[in-house]
Ligand binder design. Structure first.
Ligand code: NAP
Length: 248
């Protein structure tokens, strides 16, 4: 449809991505939602009329096909939310598994770069556009056991700032949203499906909800086109730093 505003959200099958897709759809965007578990995207299609497509950000062919599908259907993208991400494992460097580092880096760093490169022509085809990268407080704080994940989120911060330089002069905004603890499937994935270990992460404290972070994304995108919100850091009140968490 002519004039339709398109918001692309990666990793929209759960957590922050799913909540962002819903809020951007409610804000008037036609949402294109991608993730590997395409079946989990079905609810978004039914609920907010999103276009849902299978996407693995670690697979160049998958990313190319995803961007090509958006190009064929819409010819442009107004918003790209680089949300797909993971942090596998919480072992100290001495004991960590190489495969965990590799998955984390491939997804959070190379995947985000790959998706951004694939979508730049479509973002440039919009009257003005906006890239939102999901960073983390792990992009400027560290914690024991977090070397792989914190390194990847430090990289997201560097990539966001590099893109701000490279895109300066073009009508493309770029924002990093850096949350603290958010209760999603993140910890379940981190602990290989161990529900008890995931529950312990949030025990006795009130974490952010995915919707809280989605609201930050919606707000940054809703600002007038000349306003670039560079960074939003958002934490639960109970979390002073990555390692200082108040628990009842
Ligand atoms: P989540 O519930 O586990 O969601 C992660 C999403 O990423 C899922 O939709 C997953 O979908 C997708 N994903 C993972 N690997 C992918 C791949 N190779 N290709 C495409 N999609 C992929 O976790 P979340 O908390 O919402 O995480 C979203 C983002 O927020 C991540 O970048 C994370 O680092 C960041 N973040 C989270 C927290 C937190 O405390 N939860 C804090 C700060 C930052 P499929 O598995 O279906 O592909």
């Amino acid at each position: 449809m002519a004039g339709e505003r398109i918001a692309v959200v990666t990793g929209a099958s759960s957590g922050i991505g799913a909540a962002s897709a819903r809020q951007l759809a409610r804000a008037g965007f036609h949402v294109v939602a991608g993730a590997r578990r395409a079946d989990r995207l079905q609810a978004l299609a039914e609920e907010v009329g999103a276009t849902t497509l299978a996407l693995d950000v670690t697979d160049p062919a998958s990313v190319d096909a995803f961007a090509a599908a958006v190009g064929d259907r819409h010819g442009h993208a107004d918003v790209l939310v680089n949300n797909a991400g993971t942090g596998v494992g919480l072992d100290p460097v001495a004991d960590a598994r190489e495969a965990d580092w590799q998955t984390t880096m491939d997804t959070n760093v190379v995947g985000l770069l790959r998706v951004t490169r694939a979508f730049l022509p479509l973002l440039r085809a919009a009257p003005h556009a906006h890239i939102v990268n999901l960073g983390s407080i792990a992009g400027f704080e560290v914690y024991p056991g977090g070397a792989g994940y914190t390194a990847s989120k430090h990289a997201v911060r560097a990539i966001t700032q590099t893109l701000r330089l490279e895109l300066n002069g073009e009508p493309i905004r770029i924002t990093e949203v850096a949350p603290g603890m958010v209760e999603t499937e993140f910890s379940l994935v981190r602990f290989g499906g161990d529900e008890e270990a995931a529950r312990r992460v949030y025990a006795g404290m009130e974490p952010l909800r995915a919707e809280d972070v989605a609201e930050c994304i919606r707000w940054a995108v809703a600002q007038p086109a000349h306003v670039n919100v560079d960074e939003i850091v958002v934490r639960p009140r109970d979390q002073a730093t990555a390692t200082e968490v108040h628990r009842q």
